[in-house]
Design a protein around this ligand. Structure first.
Ligand SMILES: [Zn+2]
Length: 355
């Protein structure tokens, strides 16, 4: 079986350093406005009494400054604002989450080119009960393509979505609290769960309908990037088995879990290509959802930030993670190098599809 995971522990590491540099340099040309006035003729500055207006004595609004240890990624502007979007019902329970993933996968496929659609339509999706946070595209022994997400993946996406939604609405820091509580365990113990522990969300916010609705939007956004990426592995030919053939059934999840120990080759160019194509796919599908909430690069950035925090929790990051005792951190692509890929793709996409 060949599997190409999104965040597998089975990759050689570190893609896209050059892309990272290019991405960061995009903002560097903006500060050259202050040198132009120096050659202007010197004229006496008109002496007019400066109007004395009382400075408004208003207390400066005290807003907690968001403490984020990671690079500050601008949150894409979503029209219309949260308050004007219809409230979505809560997404509670594994069955509801799995059905949501299936729906999102269908929306992603619907906006692919006819050629790519013909390669991936009908690919079975299976849910792997293992706790490792992962999603992957693969081929079974008969050469039938499949897609999969682990239980750990759904638990992690749910936790990210719930905490980020809470922080957005109430100015809390539940995402930080969740990461601090859970990630150190995850990097030490393969049986630790990524699920949101009780007590992270303050009780007074737990039942807020806006919070549940926003969490569902974010859950969907992250899943859209995840499976946009995995679909791309198939239609870009990385798996080699998605050829538009008649699709079979998904592999037995129990067999998938056992086969997770198979070590696929990590292809750096393939990962970057799948990140790019997956981000475009999520953006295209998001635009097609109007007037519903539009998926964007938000989901990809949130997920990759989460993986960067896992890497940090393991003491890793950069070349040092080659020495990290945790296989995940030693072997998966550097998430901080992938974030600028997603953001750059989104900027280009937006400039080409204004409105
Ligand atoms: Zn991948």
């Amino acid at each position: 079986m060949l599997k190409l995971p999104l965040f597998s522990s089975r990759f050689l590491r570190s893609c896209g350093t050059a892309v990272l540099v290019a991405g960061l340099s995009l903002g560097a040309g903006a500060c050259r406005t202050s040198t132009q006035a120096s050659t202007a003729p010197q004229q006496p500055y008109p002496q007019q009494p400066y109007p004395q207006q009382p400075y408004p004595q208003q207390p400066y609004p005290q807003q907690p400054y968001p403490q984020q240890p990671y690079p500050q990624q601008p949150y894409p502007q979503q029209p219309p604002p949260v308050a004007q979007r219809p409230l979505l019902p809560p997404l509670i329970g594994v069955a509801a989450q799995q059905q949501e993933v299936r729906n999102i996968l269908a929306e992603l496929i619907n906006v692919l080119s006819p050629q790519n659609q013909s390669l991936v339509r009908g690919i079975p999706l299976t849910f792997d009960p293992t706790l490792e946070v992962n999603a992957f595209a693969g081929c079974d022994e008969q050469g039938t393509p499949f897609l999969a997400a682990t239980t750990g993946m759904l638990e992690a996406v749910d936790a990210i979505a719930q905490t980020k939604a809470t922080d957005e609405l109430f100015g809390t820091k539940t995402y930080d609290a969740y990461c601090n509580a859970v990630l150190p365990q995850m990097v030490r113990n393969p049986n630790a769960r990524a699920a949101l522990p009780a007590g992270i969300i303050p009780a007074q916010f737990g039942g807020d309908a806006r919070r549940w609705s926003r969490a569902r939007e974010l859950f969907d956004d992250i899943i859209a990037f995840t499976f946009g990426h995995e679909l791309a592995h198939h239609y870009l030919g990385h798996t080699g088995c998605a050829k538009g053939q008649a699709m079979g059934n998904a592999p037995d999840p129990a067999r998938l879990g056992r086969l997770l120990s198979v070590v696929p080759l990590f292809n750096q160019a393939g990962e970057a290509a799948s990140d790019s194509a997956g981000a475009v796919n999520a953006l295209d599908a998001g635009r097609a959802r109007r007037p519903q909430y539009e998926w964007s690069e938000t989901g990809g950035v949130l997920l990759l930030d989460y993986f960067a925090r896992i890497e940090s929790a393991g003491g890793g990051g950069g070349p040092l993670s080659l020495l990290n005792p945790v296989q995940f951190l030693r072997t998966h692509p550097n998430p901080l190098a992938r974030i600028p890929i997603v953001q750059t793709v989104a900027r280009t996409w937006r400039s080409q599809r204004p409105g």
